[in-house]
Design a protein around this ligand. Structure first.
Ligand code: HEM
Length: 452
């Protein structure tokens, strides 16, 4: 595999770089595609790193929404070779219906997002300095809105206090050793130009031979030139978290458990997530948190099909059911392999103190996949928002669900008592986002340079 052709975020979330800024950029009115390409090539491209690059203190990753591709000169016929979900964009009513979004509640991307420059650095100052070096004084590029600035929370936690980013797929050819007993996921589940779980090359965008001069022939669209190799789709969602509603609910809803479990709040929170605050999975630590299991990921639900340890509706069991779904664990694992996501998100906003402070905080949810509909949208629609997931009824994801149409309960089977609180508040509200094309390095250079 050509590792130097993949932007580095495919392989890593850059955990060693504590600072990140998600900068949304657009072309200035009146700028031509040549001017926009030249400026992106001169100002941003030199900072974009691949998996193989030595990473400087601060660097960038570059991705395009449909408007960004138009701004660098792609025409409608070429955009139509991208998937419909991408071309419509996350704010389109059809996509909003699928994802369960209310776009009237959004602050970001209601009119689409054109170009994403994600900056990662060892310090906040260095991240800001790189953003400014790329954009201050630019003649053809401008910031479309305020950047989303990632925050620093202790021990890789998100704002509700749970360790995040524990479970990730190992990608064949990208990661060395599989992390756990799971087999590595075929590269084409995340990167175009490689075989996916069906042994096929993923659909990929293309250009006519006349327009795609210098590009190799497409292997999925005969007679056309390839734009997809080494590329992926990047989903970005600004998910606001109401930490005080979450804490208040935990306090109230855990009261009936007093006397049955040692720490009712910690227990209820763990049942919702599927892991304890440290990250330890309920399947391996059913009774109490054990930080020694904090990064444990080699577990499955076959010995817990009824959800006595990890409830069937818990967040991590919905978003990666592993062997839990009918008709059998092996069939479940095979089906679930077609729905994997590589998560690269980070929290934004200040850590929550003891008292409500009116600050906005949440998760910049970022994930990568090669097929937006089959992977991200399916997980979001059918597993996160699905009110009948795995035999459930009137339940959505208890942690992140939108609580639509009366879906406001959560069932913990008997362990030691059955408990099914109702009236769950909405803890997470989508505030916007977009679908982006994250080109491979060769295609990125071509897009920004070699077009006549
Ligand atoms: C503010 C919103 C969210 C929060 C606070 C959150 C939090 C968490 C936490 C604490 C974990 C467990 C740690 C880990 O395994 O990495 C987790 C896992 C996961 N989440 Fe979320 N999450 C959010 C939104 C979402 C959304 C919208 C999706 C998908 C559409 C998603 C997909 C996943 C997946 C795939 C896993 C890994 C499950 C596994 O492989 O076992 N999350 N999340």
């Amino acid at each position: 595999m050509k590792r130097a052709d993949l932007q580095a975020i495919v392989a890593s979330g850059f955990g060693d770089r504590g600072a990140a800024r998600y900068v949304f950029v657009r072309a200035r009115a009146g700028s031509t595609p040549e001017e926009v390409r030249a400026e992106l090539a001169a100002r941003a491209l030199p900072h974009v790193v691949s998996i193989e690059s030595n990473k400087p203190h601060a660097f960038a990753q570059l991705a395009f929404g449909p408007g960004g591709l138009r701004a660098i000169g792609l025409d409608d016929e070429e955009l139509d070779t991208f998937p419909r979900e991408f071309v419509q964009g996350m704010a389109h009513p059809e996509r909003a219906r699928v994802n369960g979004d209310r776009v009237d509640e959004w602050h970001l991307g209601r009119g689409g997002l054109d170009v994403l420059i994600a900056v990662f650095a060892g310090s906040d100052g260095a991240a800001l300095a790189l953003e400014r070096a790329m954009l201050d004084g630019a003649r053809h590029l401008e910031r479309a809105c305020e950047p989303l600035v990632a925050s620093r929370l202790p021990d890789q936690t998100e704002h509700f206090g749970f360790r995040d980013g524990v479970s990730q797929p190992s990608i064949l050819g990208v990661h060395g050793d599989p992390r756990g007993p799971e087999r590595p996921v075929p590269t084409g589940e995340f990167v175009m130009g490689y075989e996916n779980v069906y042994g096929q090359l993923p659909a990929a965008p293309s250009l006519s031979p006349a327009r795609g001069v210098g590009l190799p022939e497409s292997r999925v669209s005969p007679g056309r030139r390839d734009l997809g190799d080494g590329g992926a789709y990047l989903v970005l969602r600004k998910l606001e978290q109401d930490v005080f509603a979450w804490r208040a609910w935990l306090r109230e809803a855990s009261r009936p458990l007093a006397g049955y479990v040692a720490d009712p709040e910690a227990y209820l929170g763990a049942k919702v997530v599927g892991r304890w605050a440290s990250g330890a999975p309920l399947v391996t630590c059913p009774r109490a948190d054990d930080p020694a299991h904090a990064t444990k990921n080699d577990f499955d639900y076959d010995l817990d099909l009824s959800g006595l340890a990890c409830p069937r509706g818990a967040h991590i069991r919905r978003t990666n059911p592993r062997g839990a779904l009918p008709p059998s664990p092996p069939r479940s694992r095979a089906a679930v392999e077609t729905r994997r996501l590589v998560r690269r998100g980070r929290p934004y906003g200040p850590p929550a103190g003891d008292a409500p402070d009116g600050e906005a905080r949440g998760l910049v949810f970022v994930c990568l996949c090669a097929n937006l509909a089959r992977q991200f949208e399916f997980v979001q629609q059918t597993w996160v928002e699905g009110v009948k997931f795995d035999g459930g009824w009137s339940e959505d994801d208890p942690l992140v669900g939108a609580r639509r149409a009366g879906a406001d309960r959560f069932t913990i089977p008997r362990d030691p008592v059955r408990y099914a609180p109702r009236g769950l508040p909405r803890f997470v509200t989508a505030r916007g986002g977009g679908y982006f094309f994250l080109p491979g390095m060769d295609r990125l250079r071509w897009l920004l340079g070699a077009r006549g």
